[in-house]
Ligand binder design. Structure first.
Ligand SMILES: [Zn+2]
Length: 326
């Protein structure tokens, strides 16, 4: 045991010359006392002979799911988009046809993970009438049903090992019904789970959040921190503004770079690309701008491909490029 301890100590020292802290020495000492010693001890650094080999980074595959189309006034997405101004006192109130977007990520260790679940199959019956009036799902063919979209990507609902929820609005959390009573973990930010109840109980935001979606038959797994590497190479970040507990997720692939799944931090590409401000659907502009600046910096850092909560043109372009990005 002493020899193992000395060897591990040498690896670390030769990678990072200098004194080890008492805490680091303690971690190694305890690791050496464990049966089935793990020399890397899961503390975020590899021995130097692994450096550059990237053996620890698990690379995922990602398939985007097309769950139908909504027709929505641009003012919901972009602040002032349909405002009457001096030079245009009678703007046309054309609606934009947007998509309902989800994604399935095949992680080499964690298995297939679903990012968001779209609208319920019978959304027109479940949604309050004003919600359907503002955001009607006017295109919903067989291929847009969650189960069928997953099947087209090569998965069954029963294959899904975890679900990550960007937020819990009615057009994102509808498909969660399919996981009720199962032990599939449903990851969401603590703030979002709480906001769901608060919005319904106070009726401040009832409609966007539905009482019937407060479902304790789901295996809720709250996340608490600003940034969590949920699985190797899959990082979720708390980016409030559209809702208090919105999560985005970064996915690293082998050959296609990084993807940023934005949920409704951005509904459409214009807002991110032109630095616009979120429209009537934005709940907290101050926090939204903070989240936006963070995402701008991250997208630049990783040259990441952006996937927006509802942008149909981006969804269609990416799905034309590849059914699955590996
Ligand atoms: Zn949405």
């Amino acid at each position: 045991m002493e020899q193992k301890f000395a060897t591990v100590l040498y690896w670390t020292w030769s990678c990072r010359p200098g004194m080890l802290s008492a805490e680091e020495v303690g971690v190694f000492a305890r690791a050496c006392q464990q049966p089935g010693l793990c020399i890397t001890a899961n503390w975020g650094r590899s021995p130097c002979w692994l450096e550059g080999m990237d053996l620890m980074a698990a690379k995922s595959k990602i398939s985007l799911l097309d769950l139908g189309r909504l027709d929505v006034d641009d003012g919901f997405f972009i602040r002032g988009a349909t405002a009457a101004v001096q030079s245009n006192p009678h703007p046309a109130y054309e609606r934009r046809r947007v998509a309902v977007v989800a994604a399935v990520i095949e992680h080499p260790q964690a298995g297939p993970i679903l990012f968001e679940t779209g609208c319920a199959q019978n959304a027109q019956e479940e949604w309050p009438e004003p919600a359907w009036e503002a955001f009607p799902r006017n295109v919903y063919n067989d291929e847009h049903h969650l189960g069928n979209a997953l099947a087209a990507a090569g998965y069954g609902i029963g294959d899904i090992r975890a679900v990550v929820m960007g937020h819990l609005h009615l057009d994102h959390a509808g498909g969660l019904e399919k996981f009720a009573g199962s032990d599939v973990p449903i990851y969401a930010h603590e703030m979002e789970i709480k906001e769901h109840y608060y919005a319904v109980a106070t009726k401040e935001d009832i409609g966007a959040y539905l009482p019937t979606y407060l479902n304790w038959q789901l295996n809720w797994q709250p996340l608490h921190r600003e940034e969590t590497e949920l699985f190797d190479g899959l990082t979720v970040r708390h980016m409030p503004g559209h809702t208090p507990g919105l999560l985005t997720m970064q996915v690293e692939t082998q050959n296609s770079g990084h993807f940023m799944l934005n949920s409704d931090l951005y509904h459409v590409r214009d807002v991110f690309e032109q630095d616009l401000t979120q429209g009537w659907l934005g709940r907290d502009s101050h926090n939204w701008h903070r989240s936006h600046r963070w995402m701008k910096q991250l997208q630049h850092r990783y040259s990441a491909t952006m996937v927006y909560g509802h942008d149909a043109s981006v969804l269609e372009e990416l799905r034309q490029q590849a059914k699955t990005f590996d």
